[in-house]
Design a protein around this ligand. Structure first.
Ligand SMILES: Cc1cc2nc3c(=O)[nH]c(=O)nc-3n(C[C@H](O)[C@H](O)[C@H](O)COP(=O)(O)OP(=O)(O)OC[C@H]3O[C@@H](n4cnc5c(N)ncnc54)[C@H](O)[C@@H]3O)c2cc1C
Length: 332
């Protein structure tokens, strides 16, 4: 009797509908499953999670393992990691994929450690090699290389994947999936941390990962005050603002705006890049940008070479000039 191969996707549904990462990973898992003749499974923990179970089936999950219990109402990394480890030991999936959200980043290493298996963090692509193994592609050596990592000796093959890396499948109301309820194990440890209060962070109406127009700014913008002009331009263009790491570290903008290996992957129709050098850690997240306009005073900057339109100029002056011209056009 052949054992069914399974690809598991851990369901991170907090901040749904803002964060679509689980749906995005399910879409990629469907492609990988086709290549390996595997079954795509979602694993959902929580209290009254029926709606999510249906949502995952509509987005490609052929099976959903569900532990639905009031004990799991509040996310607790120790309990969730314990439960996920227990389920993996019991059902032995070939692969376990987790979104590289804050939750995913804390649960995945704990589970990998308990299972004594490998984990590739922050993957920017996943594929299958000629031996049917999961190829986990992740920026490495400071982002100068994209490493292809396999897990030849242990199972499951584990990876976290950045939000925005893959595109979710369309919602299919007709899709059918098997739901497998799994009760909470008796051995569940009591939580050592108690959540006293939680508040939802207000969702932004627009998101950089899905925006059609993105304006990114780098250190070449010069100062926090000058960087703020990019937001004025973004308002005029109905765009979102992204940033490089030095800009985030200098606190010119919040880490939500970080674009690159350690931040968001973007896929705009048009990208305006102001004062950005184009380090691989940043540009790794721009591969899906369709048309790039770069402004940099250095014509040899990598970002200028990647651009469809490269302007050798002062970023701040160009930004102010476009704002003036657009405002003038609105007035006329
Ligand atoms: C492990 C690791 C992960 C990282 N992850 C990320 C990440 O996710 N995202 C990210 O962005 N970076 C990341 N980095 C940092 C990355 O290597 C670069 O240092 C960073 O992207 C450079 O940012 P920058 O282009 O703003 O700054 P700089 O490299 O300093 O470039 C500034 C650019 O502005 C130009 N300039 C200067 N003045 C002007 C002006 N007046 N007008 C026009 N142009 C001007 C310069 O010619 C230059 O090209 C990471 C690094 C490591 C080691």
């Amino acid at each position: 009797m052949s054992v069914e191969k399974q690809i598991w996707v851990w369901a991170d549904y907090r901040n749904y509908f803002q964060s679509r990462v689980t749906l995005q990973i399910l879409a990629r898992a469907s492609v990988l499953a086709e290549k390996t003749n595997a079954t795509v499974c979602a694993v959902v923990f929580g209290d009254q999670v029926d709606a999510y179970v249906k949502e995952y089936i509509a987005h490609g999950a052929q099976k959903v393992y569900v532990t639905d219990d009031p004990f799991l109402k509040t996310y607790n990394v120790a309990s969730y990691a314990f439960l996920l480890t227990a389920l993996v030991r019991r059902f032995a999936p070939e692969t376990l994929l987790i979104g590289a959200t804050r939750f995913g980043q804390e649960i995945a290493p704990r589970v990998a450690k308990q299972l004594e298996t490998g984990l590739t963090a922050d993957c920017i692509d996943l594929d299958i090699d000629e031996n049917g193994q999961l190829v986990q592609k992740a920026p490495s050596f400071g982002g100068n290389l994209v490493a292809k990592i396999i897990t030849p000796d242990t199972r499951p093959q584990m990876a976290t994947i950045r939000p925005g890396t893959f595109q979710e499948l369309p919602h299919d109301d007709e899709a059918k999936g098997e739901v497998i309820p799994v009760p909470l194990p008796d051995t569940m440890p009591s939580p050592r941390v108690r959540c006293l209060k939680s508040e939802l962070h207000p969702a932004r109406a627009r998101k950089i990962e899905t925006a059609d127009i993105v304006i990114t700014g780098g250190r070449g913008m010069g100062s926090k005050g000058k960087f703020r002009k990019l937001f004025d331009l973004a308002d005029l263009l109905h765009a979102e603002v992204g940033a490089t790491r030095p800009v985030v570290y200098a606190d010119w903008v919040s880490s939500e705006a970080l674009v690159g290996q350690a931040g968001k992957h973007i896929r705009p129709k048009v990208l305006f890049s102001f004062g950005v050098s184009g380090a691989i850690q940043h540009t790794a997240a721009l591969a899906d940008a369709r048309f790039i306009v770069a402004v940099n005073k250095n014509p040899n900057a990598t970002m200028m070479k990647l651009a469809d339109v490269a302007m050798v100029a002062d970023a701040n002056q160009v930004c102010s000039g476009i704002i003036r011209a657009l405002k003038q056009r609105i007035r006329d």
